[in-house]
Design a protein around this ligand. Structure first.
Ligand SMILES: [Mg+2]
Length: 354
C-alpha cells in the first residue's frame, strides 16, 4: 500500500510521574495509506523524536510501499547514521517501524502475533516492576508471583555509597522475609552501581534468591560487564538502553548479560526485536523485553518466546486504548488485527506539521 502521510505527536500522559523521562517521552507515529488503513506505532525521543520524524523519516516513507518494512528500516537507519545508531534517532525509527508492522498485520487481517507464529500463546505470565523496595512491604504482591524491586540508585554511580548498599541489602532482605520463599524477586539497579558494589551486593544477597540484578552498570561499560560475567554469582540482566540487533549481538556473543531486555519502542522496532529473538535462540540467551506487557512487545513475546514473561507496563500511558491489562499475574492478548490498539486523540498535546 502506498504511504500517503506520516504524522508524529507527543501525547499527554497526565498521570506520569514528574521524573519519568519527560525529556524522552513516548511519541506516537501514524502512517496513512492510499487504501485508507493507518498504522500506529510508539517510539521514543520526545519532541526531538517528533522532529526526526518530521524532518527526515517522513520524506523517506511517503510515496513508498508500506509492505517493504525491512528495506525501509535500512533506509531510515542509513539516513540517520551519522547522528543516529543509538539513542533518539533509533527511538524515533522504532515507532515508524512499529507502525509499518501494524499495517503489515492489518493487511493480513490478523493480530501481529498470529503473523509472527502459528503457535503463539494467547496468555503469558507477567511480573510487576517500578516500585521502590520498601513499598512492597506495605502493598504486598497484588496477585503477582514475580516482582522486580527498584533498588533506588541513579545512573552513573552518583548514588552509590556504603550506606546505600547497606540500605538495599536491608530492604531486599526485609521484602524476602515478608513475601516468603515462593515469590520470585529480581532487583533493578538502573545503571547506578560499579563492579565492586555489584559484587558486594550479590555476595551479601546470595542466600536471598534474587533471580537477576538488572542494569548494575552503564550500558557501555562492557569491561565491567565482562568482570561481572566472570565473578558475579547472580545473573545479570540488561539492555533496555541498548540499540539495534548489532549491539545485542555483541552483548550475547560475549555473554555479558544472562537475560537481555530490549525495548521494542527504543531499540529499533519490531524489525530489530525479531533479529534479537533469533540471536537469543542462536546463543542460548533469554530475551525478556523491557515493559513487555505493553502491546508493542507483547505480540512478539506471545509468538516467539520459549519462556514468555511480560514486564508490567506504564499505567499512565492512558492515551493507548484497548491494551490488555495484567490480571492475577497473567496477561492475555486480544484478537484485533495489527497491534489491536486505538488512541485517544484528545490527549495529543503536540501535533507535528501536516
Ligand atoms: Mg530496568
Amino acid at each position: 500500500m502506498k504511504i500517503t502521510r506520516v504524522r508524529a505527536v507527543k501525547p499527554l500522559s497526565p498521570g506520569a510521574p514528574d521524573d519519568w523521562r519527560d525529556w524522552l517521552g513516548q511519541i506516537l507515529i501514524m502512517i496513512d495509506t492510499e487504501e485508507g488503513l493507518t498504522g500506529y506505532g510508539v517510539g521514543g525521543g520526545g519532541l526531538a523524536g517528533v522532529h526526526v520524524i518530521d524532518t527526515v523519516i517522513r520524506d523517506i516513507l511517503v510515496g513508498q510501499d508500506s509492505a517493504d518494512v525491512e528495506s525501509l528500516w535500512e533506509e531510515m537507519y542509513w539516513r540517520t547514521l551519522p547522528y543516529g545508531q543509538k539513542g533518539l534517532a533509533i527511538m524515533a525509527i522504532s515507532g515508524a517501524d512499529l507502525a509499518l508492522w501494524d499495517l503489515r498485520a492489518k493487511v493480513a487481517q490478523k493480530p501481529l502475533a498470529k503473523l509472527l507464529s502459528k503457535d503463539f500463546t494467547q496468555t503469558v505470565p507477567a511480573y510487576r516492576t517500578g516500585r521502590p523496595t520498601k513499598e512492597w512491604l506495605n502493598n504486598g504482591t497484588e496477585g503477582y508471583s514475580m516482582l522486580k524491586l527498584f533498588l533506588g540508585f541513579e545512573p552513573g554511580e552518583r548514588s552509590v555509597t556504603k550506606e546505600s548498599i547497606d540500605r538495599v541489602i536491608h530492604e531486599v532482605r526485609a521484602v524476602r522475609a515478608v513475601l516468603g520463599p515462593d515469590v520470585t524477586i529480581m532487583g533493578d539497579a538502573f545503571m547506578g552501581l560499579d563492579v565492586d558494589s555489584t559484587l558486594r551486593l550479590a555476595d551479601e544477597l546470595s542466600d536471598v534468591g534474587l533471580s537477576w540484578i538488572e542494569e548494575p552498570l552503564l550500558p557501555d561499560d562492557l569491561e565491567g560487564y565482562a568482570r561481572l560475567r566472570d565473578e558475579c554469582p547472580i545473573p545479570i540482566a540488561g539492555g533496555e538502553h541498548e540499540y539495534t540487533a548489532k549491539a545485542f549481538d555483541l552483548l550475547m556473543r560475549e555473554r555479558l548479560h544472562t537475560i537481555v531486555q530490549p525495548d521494542v519502542c527504543w531499540c529499533g522496532g519490531m524489525t530489530e526485536l525479531l533479529k534479537i529473538y533469533r540471536l537469543g535462540a542462536e546463543y542460548g540467551i533469554d530475551v525478556c523485553p523491557h515493559r513487555g506487557s505493553e502491546i508493542w512487545s507483547l505480540h512478539a513475546i506471545c509468538a516467539l518466546d520459549p519462556n514468555p514473561l511480560a514486564e508490567s507496563g506504564r499505567p499512565w500511558m492512558t492515551w493507548v486504548k484497548d491494551q490488555p491489562s495484567v490480571k492475577n499475574g497473567q496477561i492475555t492478548l486480544g484478537e484485533a488485527d495489527g497491534f489491536g490498539v486505538a488512541f485517544d486523540s484528545d490527549s495529543f498535546a503536540v501535533t507535528s506539521k501536516t
